[in-house]
Ligand binder design. Structure first.
Ligand SMILES: CC(C)(COP(=O)(O)OP(=O)(O)OC[C@H]1O[C@@H](n2cnc3c(N)ncnc32)[C@H](O)[C@@H]1OP(=O)(O)O)[C@@H](O)C(=O)NCCC(=O)NCCS
Length: 190
């Protein structure tokens, strides 16, 4: 078998991806207002296990830095009908020798439960496998987030295991559920 090969030019110049209802465009400083809304929401912080708070300058610095990265791809999810910012979706933690990346997504409040997250995740997985040459996309999701777990299943991620007590939140230990999708897995039916 030939060793895997990642097309890192598609990480340096992140492609815009289209789905029936969404445009996934390279995330950058122009998305600061939408990004700030997401990381200011207490429920999103809980679901992503985020304890740190970020100033507008912190976020702007992060968004600006993304253009120089060749080990990750970050997209702003835009609703085609309204041109509004829906959230962000990320492939990061590139392991080039193993053709592996990590997946992360967060929609802003008000956009959840309408299939947008699953639609975005499918587009990113298709791009990872078909265009970037990634073989494995992994993720972890806290056990108190069954909506995310279900969305990931629908997008094609499979369960691989469980790490116990990875997060201490609101006085309780929470497990992490490990999931991944492989390029060789059957893609879910639309
Ligand atoms: C996780 C996330 C991206 C999913 O996207 P989404 O658009 O909300 O999800 P979808 O609408 O595509 O699918 C949600 C599914 O979960 C199901 N669901 C919702 N609440 C549920 C619950 N409490 N238990 C089980 N399933 C649940 C829905 O019924 C739906 O499944 P179905 O289509 O089979 O009915 C989005 O909710 C989000 O960004 N949440 C906040 C941040 C977050 O949790 N990020 C992930 C961190 S790992």
């Amino acid at each position: 078998m030939n060793p895997p090969s990642i097309d890192t030019s598609l990480l340096t110049a992140v492609a815009t991806l289209m789905t029936p209802r969404l445009r996934l465009e390279p995330l950058g400083p122009s998305h600061i207002d939408g990004a700030m809304e997401g990381i200011s929401d207490p429920e999103t912080l809980r679901l992503t296990g985020t304890r740190r708070t970020f100033s507008r300058d912190d976020v702007l610095r992060h968004l600006t830095s993304l253009a120089d990265r060749d080990d990750r791809a970050d997209w702003a999810i835009i609703d085609l009908a309204t041109e509004r910012y829906v959230g962000e979706v990320v492939l990061n933690e590139l392991e080039p020798d193993d053709a592996a990346m990590n997946f992360r997504i967060a929609l802003n409040p008000g956009w959840m439960g309408r299939g947008y997250g699953t639609e975005a995740a499918r587009a990113v997985l298709d791009h990872a496998f078909d265009d970037l040459g990634v073989h494995r996309v992994g993720l972890d999701v806290f056990a108190f987030n069954p909506r995310a777990e279900r969305s990931y299943e629908k997008a094609g991620f499979r369960h691989e295991g469980r790490q116990r007590d990875t997060l201490f939140w609101d006085g309780e230990w929470v497990d992490s559920i490990l999931m991944a999708a492989l390029s060789t897995d059957e893609r879910p039916a639309l």
